[in-house]
Design a protein around this ligand. Structure first.
Ligand code: M6R
Length: 617
C-alpha cells in the first residue's frame, strides 16, 4: 500500500514528484523517496524514513541535482521496517537503474536466495530490491531495452505489484508494469505522468488512461505505449477526471477529515445526481444487468472496514425494497470458506478506493464461479470497478483522510439507490413507495447539514472532557447496529482507545459485564414515531446500563422526550424514516472521533500504522 508517481517532460521533476507524493501520502506515510535523472544524465536518489516532510527537509538542507525524468514513492511498510534503507527507490545495475514498487512479491525470498547464490548483494530487507536486482540483470541480458527487461522479469514475480523504473541510459523514459495493484497514466502536453491514482497528477492534467491487469507501459514526453506482458499492443481506456486539484486540497480546513465531514451533505447529494427520474430510481449503469436482477436468488455484499458497515446498513434496504436475501461478508473471509456461489448470486462489492486487495480478490473469486458482480466505488479508473460487470460510482469526491467519512454516507446512498433500482426491476417496489423513499433520500443532505451546524461545538466539548477516556462502548439495534460498529471503528483508528460496537440486544448475553461506574456508552436510539417497539427496547437497554453506572450519551431524534431523563447527554438528529436514520446518526460519531483525536493531539488525517488504501492481503 504505497503511493507511486512518475514524470517525463520538459519541467524539473522534483517539485512535481513531491507534490504528487503529498497527494498520495494517504496511501502510506512511513518513508518516502525520489530518484531523478539530472541534466548531465546521472541518476540521483534520496530517501528517508518518516513522513514526506522529512524527505522535503532533507532535500532543502542538501539539494539533489534536478532533472526532467523522475520517480517518487511514499511507503507503507510490508517487508522490512520503515527505515532509510528499506525506503524506495531501490537501485540496481551499478546504481544506474532505480525502481519503486507498490504491492507484495510473494515469492521474493526464493528469488532472493537464487540471486544471493549468484553473487548479488542486497542493501535492504524489502521484496522490492529483489525485483530491482532482477530487472538490472534482465536489462543487461536485453541489451539495454528496459521494456523488454520488464517483460522478462514480470513473469518471475508472484503476488501483486506495480513497478516503475528508469535507467540512466534512457533519460526521458519511465517504464511501469502492473498486476493486481493500481497504475494510471496522466496525459499532458509534451509531458506524461504515472501514478497510483489520478491524485498524483490531477493538478497538471485531468486527461487519463487506465492500465489493465498484466500490462506494461512506457512513457516518454511525446508518447505512451502500452503492451501486455507478452509484448502485444493493447487498447487502453481513456477517461476524464471529474474533479480538480482543489477538491483534493485542505482548502483552509484544519484537517482533511474536517473538510470531508463537512462535505458529507454534498457527497449524498452528488451520489443522487442523474439517478432520479420521475420520482423513481433508474441507474443507467445497472441496466445491462436488469435481466439478471430478475433471476438472482441472493445478494452477497463483500467489503472491508467502514465499507462493510455501509454494506450492513444496505442489507436492510435491499431485503426490504427488492425482496432478495442479502449476506454481508468481510471480503478477506469470503473466499477462504468455499462459499456457495452460482449464476443466481449477485456479488456487490463496496470500496472507496476501488483498490482494496481483499475486496478485489473476493470479486475475482465470485466472477470465476459464475456470479454477476456490481461494484460500488468512489474512484474512477480503479481496479475493482474494472473487474466488475457493472459499476455504481459514489460521487463523494476525493477522500484523503485515512478514516472514511463522506465515502460512508455516499456508499449507503448508492446502496439505497441500488436497492430501489433492483426493487423496481423485480416488481417489488411500486411508483408510490419509490417516490416516498426518493423524497426521504433527497432530504438527507439538508438534515446532515443541520446536525453539523447544531451539534458540532457540543460534540467537540464532550470530546474535550473525555480526552483521558480509555474505553467507549457503542450500542445500536437494527440499522443502528452497524452504525455503532462504525462509531467504534472510527474511535479506535483515530483516538487509539478501546472501543466496541454491540447490538444492544446482545448486552445481557455478555458485554454488560464491561459496564462499571463512569463507563461511557454511546447509544443510537431509534425513532419512537417509526419504531415504537425498538425504541422501547433501546430505552430499556439504557436503563440497564445506567443502573450499573454507565455514562450514557444518546443520539436520538428531535422530540424524543423519553430518552431525556435516561441519558447524561443527548445529541439530536432530525426526524427521518427508519432506514434513513443511519445516514444521520453516523454524523455525530464521525465528528466525535475526529474531536477526540484532536483533543488528544493526534494526527487526525494519518493515524498510526494505517494507510488509506490497503492494496495488500
Ligand atoms: O477503500 P475501501 O473502501 O475498500 O477501504 C476499506 C477499508 O480499508 C476502510 O474503510 C477502512 O476501514 C477505513 N480506514 C475506515 O475509516
Amino acid at each position: 500500500m504505497c503511493g507511486i508517481v512518475g514524470y517525463v517532460g520538459p519541467r524539473p521533476s522534483q517539485a512535481i514528484l513531491l507534490a504528487g507524493l503529498a497527494r498520495l501520502e494517504y496511501r502510506g506515510y512511513d518513508s518516502a523517496g525520489i530518484a531523478v535523472i539530472d541534466g548531465d544524465g546521472d541518476l540521483g536518489m534520496r530517501k528517508r524514513a518518516g513522513k514526506l516532510g522529512v524527505l522535503r527537509d532533507d532535500l532543502e538542507a542538501t539539494a539533489l541535482a534536478d532533472g526532467t525524468t523522475g520517480i517518487g514513492h511514499t511507503r507503507w511498510a510490508t517487508h522490512g521496517g520503515p527505515t532509510d534503507d528499506n525506503a524506495h527507490p531501490h537501485l540496481a545495475d551499478d546504481d544506474r537503474l532505480a525502481v519503486i514498487h507498490n504491492g507484495i512479491i510473494e515469492n521474493f525470498s526464493e528469488l532472493k536466495s537464487e540471486l544471493v547464490a549468484a553473487g548479488c548483494t542486497f542493501h535492504s530487507e524489502t521484496d522490492t530490491e529483489v525485483a530491482a536486482v532482477l530487472l538490472g540483470r534482465a536489462y543487461r541480458d536485453a541489451e539495454g531495452d528496459l521494456t523488454e527487461a520488464f517483460r522478462r522479469v514480470v513473469g518471475r514475480l508472484e503476488g501483486a505489484f506495480t513497478l516503475l523504473a528508469m535507467h540512466e541510459d534512457h533519460p526521458g523514459l519511465v517504464v511501469g508494469a502492473r498486476r493486481n495493484s493500481p497504475l494510471v497514466i496522466g496525459l499532458g502536453k509534451d509531458e506524461n505522468f504515472l501514478g497510483s491514482d489520478v491524485a498524483a497528477f490531477v493538478e497538471h492534467t485531468r486527461s487519463a488512461l487506465a492500465i489493465g491487469q498484466d500490462q506494461i507501459v512506457a512513457i516518454t514526453p511525446q508518447a505512451v505505449t502500452v503492451t501486455d506482458f507478452a509484448g502485444q499492443a493493447v487498447d487502453v481506456e481513456p477517461f476524464e477526471v471529474t474533479w480538480d486539484a482543489s477538491a483534493a486540497d485542505k482548502g483552509g480546513w484544519s484537517s482533511f477529515m474536517a473538510k470531508e465531514i463537512a462535505e458529507e451533505p454534498e457527497a449524498v447529494r452528488n451520489t443522487l445526481l442523474g439517478r432520479i427520474h420521475d420520482a423513481g430510481v433508474v441507474i443507467g449503469e445497472l441496466e445491462p444487468l436488469d435481466d439478471a436482477f430478475t433471476r438472482i436468488s441472493r445478494v452477497i455484499v463483500v467489503a472491508c472496514g467502514t465499507a462493510a458497515y455501509a454494506g450492513a446498513v444496505g442489507k436492510y434496504a435491499i431485503e426490504q425494497w427488492a425482496r432478495v436475501p442479502v449476506d454481508v461478508e468481510l471480503a478477506h473471509e469470503f473466499r477462504y470458506r468455499d462459499p456457495v456461489i452460482g449464476p443466481d448470486t449477485l456479488v456487490v462489492s463496496i470500496s472507496q478506493s476501488g483498490e482494496t486487495m481483499d475486496t478485489l480478490m473476493a470479486v475475482k473469486y465470485a466472477r470465476e464461479r459464475g456470479a454477476r458482480t456490481v461494484s460500488i466505488c468512489n474512484t474512477q479508473g480503479a481496479t475493482i470497478p474494472r473487474e466488475s460487470d457493472a459499476i455504481v460510482y459514489t460521487h463523494a469526491g476525493p477522500e484523503v483522510a485515512v478514516a472514511s467519512t463522506k465515502a460512508f454516507v455516499a456508499q449507503i446512498t448508492a446502496l439505497y439507490l441500488f436497492a430501489m433500482h433492483v426493487g423496481r426491476v423485480r416488481g417489488e417496489l411500486d411508483a408510490a413507495a419509490s417516490a416516498g423513499l426518493v423524497a426521504e433520500l433527497e432530504a438527507v443532505p439538508e438534515k446532515i447539514s443541520t446536525i453539523i451546524e447544531r451539534e458540532q461545538t457540543r460534540i467537540e466539548q464532550l470530546a474535550h472532557w473525555m480526552t483521558d477516556t480509555r474505553s467507549v462502548l457503542f450500542l445500536g439495534r437494527h440499522v443502528g447496529y452497524p452504525i455503532a460498529m462504525e462509531g467504534a471503528l472510527k474511535l479506535k483508528e483515530l483516538a487509539y482507545i478501546h472501543a466496541e460496537g454491540f447490538a444492544a440486544g446482545e448486552l445481557k448475553h455478555g458485554p454488560i459485564a464491561l459496564i462499571e461506574p463512569g463507563q461511557p456508552v454511546i447509544v443510537i436510539v431509534p425513532s419512537p414515531r417509526e419504531s415504537a417497539l425498538l425504541h422501547a427496547k433501546v430505552v430499556s437497554n439504557i436503563e440497564e446500563i445506567r443502573a450499573r453506572g454507565a455514562r450514557v450519551i444518546a443520539i436520538a431524534e428531535e422530540g424524543d422526550a423519553a430518552v431525556l431523563p435516561k441519558a447524561d447527554e443527548v445529541l439530536r438528529i432530525p426526524l427521518a424514516g427508519p432506514l434513513f436514520e443511519p445516514l444521520l446518526a453516523v454524523v455525530p460519531l464521525h465528528i466525535f472521533a475526529m474531536a477526540l483525536s484532536t483533543s488528544k493531539g493526534l494526527d487526525v488525517d494519518q493515524p498510526r500504522n494505517l494507510a488509506k488504501s490497503v492494496t495488500v492481503e
